[in-house]
Every structure is written in C-alpha cells, then in structure tokens.
Design a protein around this ligand. Structure first.
Ligand code: SAH
Length: 299
C-alpha cells in the first residue's frame, strides 16, 4: 500500500462473462496481489474467488442496495489510489475495451501520469453465445459478426451503429445492452430487410448458474421477451446461427444446476470446494466465517 514506493499503478483487468473460471491467468495473478480492487457488479463473482482478503474493495456498479458511480468518479478514485502508491486492479466485466468504457479510464490515467496496463478478458459478446451452444460464425451461414451496443435506440443522433446496413447484411448481430430497446431494434432490422423468421436467441445472465435462454424469431422477439420477463444483463444474437445448439450434445453433467450452496471458508484462500461445486453446476456463495490471527500459521 502507500509505503513510500511512489506512484502506484492501475491495471484494467477483464473479468470475463461471470464464471470465475473464465478469468485469465494473468488477471488472476494481478488480482491476487492487488491493494485496491475497483469492481463492477457484473464482475463480483470473480472478485470473491480471487482477490486477497485484506484488499480494499470498492464497488462502483449499480446494485439494489448501493448507488452507482459516475464515470468521472471512477476515474478519480483510480488515479487517487494509484497516486497514494497502491496497485489498483480495475476489474471490469468481459473485456475492458469492449463497450465497457475502459478506454476512458486508461485515458484518465495517462492524463494524470499514472502507469496503466490492460489485461484483455473473455468478452460476453462471444462467450455468452458460445456457452449457450451458439457458434457466432458458421461456415456457409455467417462469416461476419457485428458486436453492437443497443444502449441508444436506432435513429438516435448520437448512435454510430449502422442498423440499416446490418439489416441488409448477413452478419450475425450480437447486441449488448439491448434489453430496454428490443422492440425498436427488432422493428428497425425488419424494416431494413431482415426476414421475419430470422432466428434470435436472448441469453440472460450467461456463464452464471442463473443463465436463461430464449429462442425466438425476429418478428416475435419483442412479444416473447416480454412474456419471458427478460432482464438485463442479456446478450441478443440475431442471425441464422442463433437457431443452432451445439452445446446440448456435449454438455457435461451438472447435477447441482439450480442449487445454491453457502460455502463457509475458515481460511481466506481461493475456495477449492466452491470451484468444485460450481463445476457441478451449483451457485456457490462463499463467506469467511473465521480468520486466523495474523502471523499465526493455523488452518
Ligand atoms: N465489457 C463487457 C460488456 C459491457 S456492456 C464485455 O466485454 O462483456 C454490458 C452488457 O454486456 C450487458 O448489458 C449485457 O448485454 C452484456 N453482458 C455482460 N455480461 C453478461 C452475462 N454474463 N450474460 C449476459 N449478458 C452479459
């Protein structure tokens, strides 16, 4: 921590789509030596698995119980902690530079003269469809993928997405942050020429034990999504590949799917038991119930 080393550093680390097993080895190494971790809501499961117990944890994402931070405030806390000498890990969902504003955080560090590095992550845009059995490219079907933000509705003056071009193309369209705009997006793609029966998959909370998949078609998307009560975070895949399901046949047995297990850890170390339970499909929630006094080699 602030131990006279001078200025610290900021690492923008991609946490992957939610499953702690999909954090990179490099990301895990950095996380395990962090003084401060600044974390988004989508990355919290990864954090519990890999951060040191004595690190300062700053939650900056929206949650039912806490306010969400503005981008300026996040930039400021990264810079301030690093200037105080800390190694700061900014843990971001998916990949830091895919629709995640990581570029702005890197720029803020550069402006402040704070060293900043990036560790790419497994983006939800590709991993969430894959885990749902959907290859986003497929020979003879789709040789092109467009990853787009649905945050701004089609036609919005600040949107840089060419929805009409996408409608005319045969690209697989992977839409992030699109749940609130589903109806406008579907209408625009239909108006632009995509066929009504174009397959669509909506994958909610992919790579987590709560994953849900809705398969539908472009003309039925809005109605089906409302009926299913689809909520953010979800990845929407539009295109012929969305009808494929390559995972089903090779799916490992997940006998604990749908079961939530509280794992009481007596030692603050990476939870092997929790990892095993997750591999069997469980939602393993870890809590440290007792800690050895510092310097005493018990456990
Ligand atoms: N940088 C991130 C994306 C941030 S934008 C990445 O590379 O994955 C946030 C959007 O990502 C969400 O609105 C949702 O569309 C998508 N997303 C992230 N994690 C997800 C998950 N586990 N399941 C479904 N969608 C997810």
């Amino acid at each position: 921590m602030a131990d006279g080393r001078g200025v610290g550093e900021v690492w923008l680390v991609g946490a992957g789509p939610g499953d702690p097993g999909l954090l990179t080895v490099r990301g895990r190494e950095l996380l395990s030596t962090a003084d401060v971790v600044v974390v988004d809501r989508l990355a919290t499961a990864v954090l519990l698995d890999a951060a040191p117990p004595d690190a300062e944890i700053i939650h900056v994402g929206k949650s039912p119980t806490a306010r969400s931070w503005g981008q300026e405030e996040i930039n400021t806390v990264l810079v301030d902690r690093a200037r105080a000498g800390a190694r700061v890990v900014r843990l971001k969902g998916g990949d830091p530079y895919v629709l995640g504003r990581g570029g702005e955080e890197a720029a803020a560090c550069a402006e402040a003269g704070v060293p900043c590095g990036v560790v790419p992550g497994v983006t939800s845009a590709l991993a969430v469809p894959a885990l749902a059995g959907i290859p986003v490219t497929h020979r003879d079907v789709a040789q092109e993928i467009a990853i787009v933000s649905g945050h701004l509705p089609p036609g919005h003056p600040e949107s840089t997405v060419d929805w009409t071009g996408l409608a005319e193309s045969r690209a697989t369209i992977v839409i992030l942050m699109g749940v609130a705009r589903l109806m406008a997006i579907a209408d625009t793609l239909l108006d632009g020429g995509r066929a009504e029966d174009t397959p669509v998959a909506v994958i909610e909370r992919g790579a987590t034990p709560a994953q849900r998949i809705l398969r539908t078609t472009l003309d039925a998307l809005a109605v089906d999504a409302i009926a299913a009560g689809v909520r953010s975070p979800a990845v929407i895949v539009v295109g012929e590949v969305a009808a494929l399901d390559r995972a089903a046949a090779s799916m490992e047995a997940r006998p604990l799917a749908g079961v939530r297990v509280l794992v009481a850890r007596t030692r603050p170390r990476a939870g092997l038991l929790a990892r095993r339970l997750r591999a069997l499909g469980a939602d393993a929630v870890e809590t440290v119930v007792a800690r050895p006094a510092s310097g005493v080699g018990v456990g």
